[in-house]
Design a protein. Structure first.
Length: 349
């Protein structure tokens, strides 16, 4: 359903308030040719209504000749900001950046965050932003789960479909997404509500089975026949199944980069207002489909880059793959069983 401009501005006022925007703050709205002008306008108006010093930074769109599709998560690393030091300095001067063009998975984003500037990504359709408005309660639940994940030294994921995956943890930090950027140097994404870390280099092992109904992003497809990934020493070694397996093999091989098979962030969804079914009701280019990443009780794993946490894998191919119905155990203790969050209690909706 359409959201009115007035309501969109009020939503931004709420989320920018949660992001600690007030008259002491400067807010940069980062945009490019493909940004949603309604989101740009609502962010600018809301920040002004909160008394902040507001400015816009507009960057010419950047198209990598080998990138396919319009989903900004598909081809990571190079962005319209890459190489534009003057614009980066202008952005680093802000207390908060509202990113309407997507810096995620770029080295520049990490450099900006290190200066203490906060970044809030907002590129989903206004209807999705409205349906998954962030709350303080979301933050408490995601942080409760993060306290558990930070302590974990191993993760094991199994499912009736046949997944039997494990990795050791601890080399990389835990990342939370609860929908507002309220602390210095924090990046967040509205809408969200999930958490993740990265497997220790070389430690991811076993099998992940994409069952019917699991999701392949950025393809934005629901799997119709099982796809089996065999993982050894942190990398996907074999992909087998039917058509979807062939499609995935062909797509990943296109990049001619062995690092695309590396396992990237792994975690689970905690957002009850995100729906598994939502992707089927949107066009592929409406947004990046955060419903799929955040729906409650999913096991979200991904492939490719780990540069945002200081890893060495800078590959442009990034797949986000949420699975349903998994058991997720940390150090042998369950946090999710059969796709339902069971612990920690404070993380349950
Ligand atoms: O919010 C996001 C979106 C994409 C991604 O890969 C991670 N987190
Ligand atoms: Fe991802």
């Amino acid at each position: 359903m359409p959201v009115s401009d007035r309501e969109l501005t009020q939503m931004f006022e709420r989320v920018l308030t949660l992001s600690k925007v007030d008259k002491t703050q400067s807010v940069a709205v980062l945009k490019s040719d493909y940004s949603n002008p309604r989101i740009v306008r609502a962010a600018m108006d809301a920040a002004q209504r909160l008394g902040a010093n507001v400015y816009g930074v507009e960057l010419p769109a950047f198209n990598h000749p080998r990138a396919m599709g319009m989903d900004m998560t598909a081809y990571c690393g190079d962005t319209p900001l890459t190489g534009n030091l003057a614009a980066q300095r202008a952005l680093e001067a802000a207390d908060l950046i509202v990113d309407t063009m997507m810096l995620l998975h770029s080295p520049e984003q990490e450099q900006i965050l290190k200066t203490g500037t906060r970044i809030l990504l907002a590129v989903e359709p206004p209807e999705v932003l409205a349906r998954i408005m962030p709350t303080e309660e979301d933050k408490l639940r995601v942080n409760a789960a993060a306290d558990r994940l930070k302590r974990a030294r191993s993760i094991a994921v199994t499912s009736k479909a046949g997944s039997d995956f494990r990795a050791t943890l601890g080399q990389y930090p835990t990342v939370t997404e609860y929908g507002f950027a309220d602390e210095p140097g924090r990046w967040d994404h509205w809408p969200s509500g999930f958490l993740f870390s990265w497997p220790d280099e070389g430690s991811a092992e076993g099998t992940l089975v994409l069952d019917v109904g699991d999701i392949l992003l950025p393809f934005k497809t629901y799997v119709r026949e099982k796809v089996t990934l065999e993982i050894e020493e942190g990398f996907i070694r074999r992909i087998h199944g039917g058509f979807e397996a062939e499609y995935l093999r062909d797509y990943m091989a296109y990049f001619k980069d062995p690092e695309v098979y590396g396992i990237s962030h792994i975690g689970w969804g905690l957002q009850p207002r995100a729906q598994w079914t939502a992707m089927g009701l949107h066009d592929k280019n409406d947004g990046m489909c955060m419903d799929a990443r955040a729906f409650y009780g999913n096991f979200l794993f991904s492939t490719g880059p780990n540069t945002e946490v200081g890893g060495s894998r800078k590959t442009p191919c990034h797949m986000d793959i949420p699975l349903r119905g998994c058991d997720i155990l940390l150090d042998g203790e369950p946090v999710v069983l059969a796709g339902d969050v069971v612990a920690p209690e404070a993380s349950r909706a």
